[in-house]
Design a protein around this ligand. Sequence first.
Ligand code: ZN
Length: 138
Amino acid sequence: MAGILLFEYQISAPRADFYNITPKVRDAIAKSGVANGIVVVYCPHTTAGITINENADPDVVRDLLLGLDKAFPDRAEFRHAEGNSAAHLKASAVGSSATIIVDKGKPILGTWQGIYFCEFDPPRERTFFVKVVGDGGV
Ligand code: ZN
């Protein structure tokens, strides 16, 4: 069975945080029936992003958020009238998508890796997309 399937998910993001969406990505792959291929996780927002990082120690996400705040502080020189340029900078720094190899119906992720939706301009109701491309293989 060939599969090229798109899944859309909603997420509530009440605070600036990294939200673990790994279970949703696994769910999309399972529903797609794709055994061998790739999965693309995509964020269609300009003040949020997608990244892969550690899912074991929650202090890592805390430190990532702190590091991004230090690297991209709000600045008086910013001109964007919406007032959220720091969030735009963070979103570009982490990027809008992640691509993961699918093998035997599962995403190839390291033991400590999780897939995160990164919210930088809360509170927001957000959307992300999961596209699974491949074949049924087995
Ligand atoms: Zn803006």
